[in-house]
Design a binder for this molecule. Structure first.
Ligand SMILES: Cc1ncc(COP(=O)(O)O)c(C=O)c1O
Length: 371
């Protein structure tokens, strides 16, 4: 007789930079029967999923759908479709994910210039304006919510105006902002944005929502060279989702049930109510951290409610505390990135993880462990 091993993962309280906790409604949706990737029932779910994505992205963009893959596939799809080999592009880097944008842009053939801010800071409009004057760039990319530091790049609408005046297109990373903080693709005039299913949307990782505006769509449709990636070719995606529904790849029906359910939850709660819940729970966290002498690292003005970096006190081993939170309390938080590795903890209160009971539990556990 064969022995069957039992895999029984712990029901973790996920308070790191992502994934956040999967909403119970999403878990139920995931377990519905699998249909084929061309089944009319899945295609009609896609129509609903697109409408819900347009609502959360606040856009009317026709090309709004979810790619098979994590947030990085959204990043890579945007870059490989919007850049033709040799195109000049500017990336504004205020953390780890800005650097990833620059690296992928270089790999897909872009001539990439970088401007950078130290970890924990954001760009002023003047800095962006003067960098855009260096060359006639075709594309400018920036991260809205930098998960590596917990900083929100403010003034996206004004940045979009500067980018358009310079003749470039604006690509915005919204992996940690979508569903977690206000984001207005059309009002801010963002040309292309991508996200991920596992942070603000209450679903597991595996899908990357993306939205492409008219200028960006026309750039893609008028490319001189074919898109180097077959898998991430957005024209082929648009045809699978909205056109002749031609087979492109075997998309996971169950992940789409999950993402659609996660989006329904947000729309039913009401986007503004979701943002208010996140802010209020994070404000409770910030007060609690300050009371324990673990002040948030990012100034309030541009501090992200979904991701808080809390400063580790002198003499405390941040990694040991994290390990004890996981082993003794079942709570996941993360270490800092790069130069911040031993200096901060990263605490996520995103999507379904942002609940009062989780804040109380985390603050209580930290108080015990730091006694
Ligand atoms: C801002 C940002 N961009 C991109 C990514 C990459 O997403 P993924 O890990 O889902 O590929 C992440 C992941 O945490 C992120 O926080």
């Amino acid at each position: 007789m064969t022995a069957h091993s039992k895999f029984d993962p712990s029901a973790r309280i996920l308070l790191g930079p992502g994934p956040s906790m999967t909403h119970p409604r999403v878990i139920r949706a995931l377990s519905a029967p699998t249909v084929g990737h061309l089944d009319p029932e899945l295609l009609s779910l896609y129509a609903e999923e697109q409408e819900l994505l347009r609502t959360v992205f606040q856009t009317k963009n026709e090309w709004t759908f979810a790619l098979s893959g994590t947030g990085t596939s959204g990043m890579e799809a945007a870059l490989v479709n919007l850049i033709e080999p040799g195109d000049e592009m500017l990336v504004a880097i205020h953390g780890f994910f800005g650097e990833r944008l620059a690296e992928i842009a270089t790999r897909v053939g872009g001539q990439v210039d970088r401007i950078t801010r130290p970890l924990g800071e954001i760009f002023t409009l003047e800095e962006i304006e003067s960098a855009l004057r260096q060359k006639p760039y075709k594309l400018f990319a920036i991260v809205h919510a930098e998960t590596s530091t917990g900083a929100e790049q403010l003034h996206i609408k004004e940045i979009a105006d500067l980018v358009h005046q310079s003749g470039a297109l604006l690509l915005l990373d919204t992996v940690t902002s979508l569903g977690n903080i206000p984001l207005k693709i059309d009002e801010w005039d963002v040309d292309a944005a991508y996200s991920a299913s596992q942070k603000g949307l209450g679903a597991p990782s595996g899908l990357a929502p993306i939205t492409i505006g008219d200028r960006a769509k026309s750039k893609i449709e008028n490319r001189k060279s074919p898109v180097a990636s077959f898998y991430l070719d957005l024209k082929a995606y648009a045809n699978y989702w909205m056109g002749g529904h031609a087979y492109h790849h075997t998309a996971s029906a169950n992940l789409h049930y999950a993402l659609t359910e996660g989006l329904r939850v947000i729309v039913e709660e009401g986007r503004e109510n979701t943002f208010a819940r996140l802010r209020s729970n994070s404000e409770t966290l910030w007060r609690g951290l300050e009371n324990m002498d673990l002040p948030p690292f990012i100034p309030l003005e541009y501090r992200l409610p979904p991701l808080t970096t809390a400063q580790v006190p002198a003499g405390v081993d941040p990694h040991q505390v994290r390990a004890r939170l996981l082993n003794e309390y079942n709570i996941e938080i993360a270490a800092g990135f790069g130069a911040l590795k031993d200096k901060v903890w990263r605490i996520g209160l995103m999507g379904y993880s942002s609940r009062k009971e989780n804040v109380t539990l985390l603050l209580g556990a930290l108080r015990e462990l730091l006694k």
